[in-house]
Ligand binder design. Structure first.
Ligand code: ATP
Ligand code: MG
Ligand code: FE
Length: 347
């Protein structure tokens, strides 16, 4: 089955074709980051309009790259949520219009399920069951995964997501959005011994996270340095390093706890922050010690993309799931409300 995947939940237009026999055939991504930069954040109305402008050309490009005719598409998957409602509506309307024209099934996919399954597009994919750490701009969650749609939430952030904390710390350090990669780059020059930031919520049991305190800690450390007449690049690098180390270690402590509590032997990390090199290294070391294995997607499939939507869509389309004639746009949508494929199949 050849599935066209469409991602428009926020400020990235992603389109891809996944073929169940041949794997991923092609994928393209257009980021609106430059357009929103002047406003200091994503402007929802501008995002929707830009998705309208970009979807058709990107769709043509992805088919060209794959050497396919439009009529060779056998299923369409689009991001139905969570995300910006206007942006979601653009992808949903496009997918349904195309599905109607081609007479093929259409399905709205959960954006976080897309992230979660993205590592399965890699040559050495994880097998169920596993523990997943979803770390992105809007989510920080630990999930016990037994199969597609078999998601048990183990813990999540009670305030900011890890990616959001990276973005806010970046802003304080005078870096551009998206801040994660920039903080990581600056941190490479940082002295790891200069500052020590807290590891929030690691001193008590449980698998929840809190990252808003680290943001305040960053602000206070910067302010204290500036008051002392120190606003050097080296100090900013040292702060970036301390911040990154604190986030990474906190995530590693909770992942280890989740592996021990569930007894799982595989840890999957997904979402934009899973592209972080230090996080990958530290989790790899931790997983080894726990006799478990770490899995992640290539960096471009950690952040938003169409490939993960095509793949997650195929998993559900092949089990017979369809939207019917309703376009889905669900701005808030808990992952554990998704139907299980195990029950769907046996029903
Ligand atoms: P969500 O998926 O929760 O709806 P989103 O789609 O905005 O949110 P993603 O696209 O998955 O999030 O990831 C973007 C986030 O990942 C940003 O916060 C960005 O700063 C962060 N990020 C990307 N690369 C890195 C990196 N190398 N290190 C740390 N953070 C990173
Ligand atoms: Mg994004
Ligand atoms: Fe995302």
């Amino acid at each position: 089955m050849r599935v066209l995947g469409i991602e428009t939940s926020c400020d990235e237009t992603g389109v891809a074709v996944y073929d169940s026999e041949r794997g991923l055939l092609s994928h393209v991504l257009y980021s609106q980051v430059a357009m929103h930069a002047d406003y200091g954040g994503v402007v929802p109305e501008l995002a929707s309009r830009d998705h309208v402008r970009k979807l058709l050309p990107l769709c043509r490009q992805v088919l060209d790259d794959a050497g396919l005719q439009l009529t060779e598409i056998e299923g369409i998957a689009y991001t139905a949520g969570p995300g910006l409602v206007g942006a979601l509506m653009v992808g949903g309307s496009f997918a349904h219009a195309l599905g109607l024209a081609l007479g093929c099934p259409v399905l709205g996919v959960h954006h976080m399920e897309g992230h979660l399954l993205a590592p399965m597009l890699e040559p050495d994919p994880p097998a169920f069951p596993f523990v997943a750490l979803l770390v992105s701009g809007g989510h920080t969650q630990l999930v016990d995964v037994q199969g597609v749609g078999e998601y048990r939430l183990l813990g999540e952030s009670v305030d900011d997501a890890a990616g959001e904390a990276f973005d806010k710390a970046a802003k304080m350090l005078g870096l551009d959005y998206p801040g994660g990669p920039q903080v990581a780059r600056l941190a490479e020059q940082g002295d790891p011994a200069r500052y020590r930031f807290p590891r929030p919520m690691t001193d008590r049991p449980g698998l929840d996270f809190s990252f808003s305190g680290l943001k305040t800690f960053t602000m206070n450390t910067l302010a204290a340095a500036t008051r002392g007449g120190d606003d050097s690049e080296q100090t900013r690098a040292d702060i970036a390093r301390a911040f990154e180390t604190a986030v990474v270690e906190t995530l590693a402590i909770k992942c280890r706890r989740a592996l021990r509590e569930t007894g799982r032997r595989a840890l999957v990390i997904a979402g934009g922050v899973s592209a972080n090199k230090r996080l990958r290294e530290q989790l790899d070391t931790m997983a080894c010690k726990e006799h478990a294995r770490l899995f992640y997607a290539r960096p471009e499939f950690c952040t938003d993309n169409g490939a993960m939507i095509a793949y997650a869509g195929w998993q559900r389309l092949r089990a017979g799931q369809r939207d019917g004639d309703r376009i889905l746009a669900v701005p808030r949508w808990p992952l554990d409300q998704l139907p299980s494929l195990m029950t769907e199949c046996s029903a």
